[in-house]
Ligand binder design. Structure first.
Ligand SMILES: NC(=O)c1ccc[n+]([C@@H]2O[C@H](COP(=O)([O-])OP(=O)(O)OC[C@H]3O[C@@H](n4cnc5c(N)ncnc54)[C@H](OP(=O)(O)O)[C@@H]3O)[C@@H](O)[C@H]2O)c1
Length: 361
């Protein structure tokens, strides 16, 4: 009971793997005072076990204060998380190389893992979810449990660039059909985690290549925008040309898209309304983290900008601008989304909230 005499619902105990990294920190921020989940355990790289969280941090990135309660948590080993049967849900923000083994062990042990790490994203029985776009792909979990024999589950959210891109593309694809996309990205430094390398390299500079990023955008977009049929995701066939670059911006990826449509829109106003009125597959649920409006469109040609537009609806809304029909059936848009929230922790927390509301955890 609370001091007001109201019954407080028990919250699921959660763990955050990689809580000291940039994505892990955003998880911690989003899960402070969360109505469904309470973080009980956190991990970092080996050797940091027993350290107090606030002392283990090199820098605190989220734009909200760290709560004293979470700041005092001590770092656990992975084994402690694995063996703690009180923990029902695990948010994963560890490097790809260690994620696969850890996440499989957790799912086998009965925990629901919602993960940012690239490993397993393209496995046929692993849902890759951008909530408003394809929450229905959670239907794959039945097959996952059946084929792997896990009592828990693994769900992935996409690479940050793909999350921002597919959110803006989906309503356009559904209404007009999309034949081809030419996408150029200008990605923030936090997209590369807390490594100093990029900060020094990228100051006053543009790095014209991000390893493996272009391939990820192509294959993950095809899976997310695909359709789930008889326990299998049929990938969407869209010709996407993509060039990814790193720029000296701290948070917020900018993506410039030229989209060849199947049908010519009636007007630009119609396209604007299509984007702004779209609520996607999660339109029927009300959860703490999903935005009321997933896409916001600017008419001001100086917007969107990562500095001004990365925190709309706590970073979950993606901003679109420079909308224009450059040729018959060729739409141009500039898209800005928060790589750490929409592109990582916020999408994962939204998936977990949805699963909680639907009784899937
Ligand atoms: N940054 C983004 O925009 C973004 C977006 C989507 C997905 N992702 C993915 O999310 C994951 C985390 O990314 P990030 O940007 O937050 O990286 P990061 O800042 O480098 O953080 C990595 C976290 O993992 C921990 N860690 C490192 N090596 C480990 C090991 N061997 N065993 C256990 N833990 C280890 C680190 O602990 P220490 O602090 O002790 O080193 C830290 O807590 C990655 O898989 C990444 O690809 C990132």
């Amino acid at each position: 009971m609370t001091i007001l005499g109201l019954v407080s619902l028990p919250r699921f105990k959660a763990a955050v793997l990689g809580a000291t990294g940039v994505v892990g920190q955003v998880f911690m921020a989003l899960l402070q005072n969360h109505p469904f989940f309470k973080v009980k355990r956190i991990t970092a790289s080996p050797g940091k076990e027993g350290l107090e969280y606030r002392k283990a941090l090199r820098a605190w990135i989220p734009p909200v204060e760290l709560s004293p309660e979470y700041g005092r948590l001590t770092i656990s080993s992975f084994e402690d998380v694995l063996e703690d049967d009180d923990i029902k849900i695990v948010f994963s923000a560890v490097p790809r190389q260690v994620a696969e083994d850890m996440e499989k062990k957790l799912a086998q042990r009965g925990k629901t893992v919602v993960s940012n790490a690239g490993a397993l994203r393209m496995e046929a029985d692993v849902p890759l979810i951008n909530p408003e776009v394809n929450i229905s792909h959670l239907g794959l979990l039945e097959r996952q449990k059946r084929e792997r024999g896990w009592s828990g589950a693994i769900v992935k959210n996409p690479n940050c660039t793909t999350a921002v891109f597919t959110l803006a593309l989906k309503p356009i694809m559904d209404r007009y059909g999309v034949e081809q996309v030419n996408l150029v990205t200008l990605q923030s430094l936090t997209g590369a985690g807390l490594r100093g390398y990029y900060v020094l390299e990228a100051m006053n500079n543009v790095i014209p290549f991000i390893k493996n990023e272009e391939e990820k955008v192509q294959r993950e977009s095809a899976k997310i925008l695909g359709t789930l049929e008889n326990g299998e995701v049929k990938p969407k066939s869209i010709d996407i040309w993509v060039t990814t670059t790193r720029v000296p911006v701290v948070v917020g990826h900018t993506e410039v898209a030229h989209i060849k449509l199947r049908d010519n829109p009636g007007s630009l106003n119609e396209v604007r309304r299509t984007l702004e009125e779209w609520r996607g597959e999660t339109g029927d649920v009300d959860t703490p983290t999903l935005p009321r409006q997933p896409l916001l469109v600017y008419e001001d040609p100086f917007r969107p900008q990562p500095l001004l537009d990365s925190y709309i609806e706590k970073g979950m809304t993606v901003a679109v601008g420079r909308l224009d029909l450059l040729r018959e059936r060729v739409l141009r848009m500039v898209i800005v989304g928060n790589n750490l929230v929409r592109g990582a922790a916020g999408a994962a927390v939204s998936i977990a909230e949805y699963m909680h509301e639907k009784g899937l955890i």
